[in-house]
Design a protein around this ligand. Structure first.
Ligand code: ATP
Length: 318
């Protein structure tokens, strides 16, 4: 049998999507400090690109959206991902030059850092011809961040545990979104801490029982199978939204602006501050984007559609 041996690439570029959470159910804090989650991830067409090349020593540059807010050292999640893959595959001395071209806003609840980690795993796996499966990459990625396995998988998926235990969801159709980016970022840790504080205050006041174990929304799953955005819109939910709104009260105006222009659903994405508005179709998403931009309640508005595939090689230079 003749087997084709592919020459090693001199550079590999991977494109990776942002995510929004169609449902984010947050349970009580666990002993390890994490919260148990049930979430429905949805990958949307807002992409970062990560390019890797062989180098004597690892180095990293960032260009594009919010580049100055992204660390360009060994704390960058893409750098940590390359290091983790090198260790896993016994290439402890493998350097790599990493270039990140960012379009996903930073600290926005869109999992941009996790996306770059996923892209770096796929890119280095290809550059080094390491031959790891997506499942193996997801195992390495889950150690770096709970959202990394989903950035590898893409599509629409249910996440449990910390969000890293994934099951693909049966979702029909394409969903069109307007995404309103906040004026400043929100730290995921402080949003969870605020969520715990708000819940404790309500429980102490006798207004609410302690947070129950999170449950998947079956009405949402049924609506996703129908492919009808009008059925999906009212079922979008996010347990972190009250905390994000308490930290950035101006987000109420952003959500109200989208509802005023007939968004089928209006929700804070993940830990925020990005607000995601579900549109009837591509044209309505354009109209929503124009109207929300005109309302002057956010930094910028982008259009995106989903679901889209996870991290994938787009260029492979020989
Ligand atoms: P999530 O929704 O996963 O909680 P997020 O989308 O709110 O995260 P990120 O854009 O992932 O937030 O950034 C969170 C922090 O991670 C940033 O403030 C930044 O300091 C750090 N970080 C490390 N690597 C990256 C990267 N490649 N891109 C963006 N931020 C990064």
């Amino acid at each position: 049998m003749i087997s084709a041996i592919r020459p090693a690439a001199s550079s590999v570029t991977v494109r990776v999507p942002a995510k929004v959470n169609l449902q984010l159910a947050v349970g009580p804090a666990r002993a390890d400090g994490y919260h148990s989650l049930v979430t429905v991830f949805h990958a949307v067409s807002l992409f970062d690109e990560v390019t890797v090349r062989p180098a004597d020593q690892t180095a990293l540059t960032v260009t594009g959206e919010d580049a100055a807010a992204v660390p360009a050292d060994a704390s960058n999640l893409a750098w940590r991902a390359a290091d983790a893959l090198a260790r896993f595959t016994g290439r402890d001395d493998a350097g790599v030059e990493i270039q990140i071209s960012k379009r996903i806003p930073v600290a926005a609840g869109l999992a941009g850092g996790s996306a770059d980690a996923a892209a770096a795993l796929v890119a280095c796996n290809e550059l080094w011809q390491a031959g790891l499966s997506q499942r193996e990459l997801a195992g390495i990625g889950a150690e770096l961040g709970s959202d990394v396995p989903f950035a590898l998988m893409g599509g629409t998926a249910v996440g449990r545990g910390r969000g890293e235990q994934l099951t693909p969801a049966l979702a029909a159709g394409t969903y069109h979104w307007a995404l309103a980016f906040g004026l400043t970022g929100l730290s995921t840790a402080s949003v969870y801490a605020t969520c715990d504080r708000l819940r404790a205050a309500r429980a102490a006041a006798g207004d609410a029982p302690p947070a129950p174990e999170p449950q998947l929304s079956h009405p949402l799953m049924t609506a996703l199978r129908s492919g009808d955005p009008a059925a999906v819109g009212p079922l979008l939910s996010n347990d972190l939204q009250p905390a994000a709104l308490s930290l950035q009260p101006e987000l109420r105006r952003t959500l109200a602006a989208g509802r005023e222009y007939d968004a089928l659903g209006a929700i804070v994405s993940g830990s925020g501050p990005t607000c995601a508005f579900l549109a009837r179709d591509a044209r309505h998403a354009r109209e929503l984007a124009v109207a929300i931009t005109g309302a002057g309640v956010c930094r910028a508005v982008a259009r995106a559609s989903g679901p889209v595939p996870g991290a994938a090689v787009v260029r492979d230079g020989q």
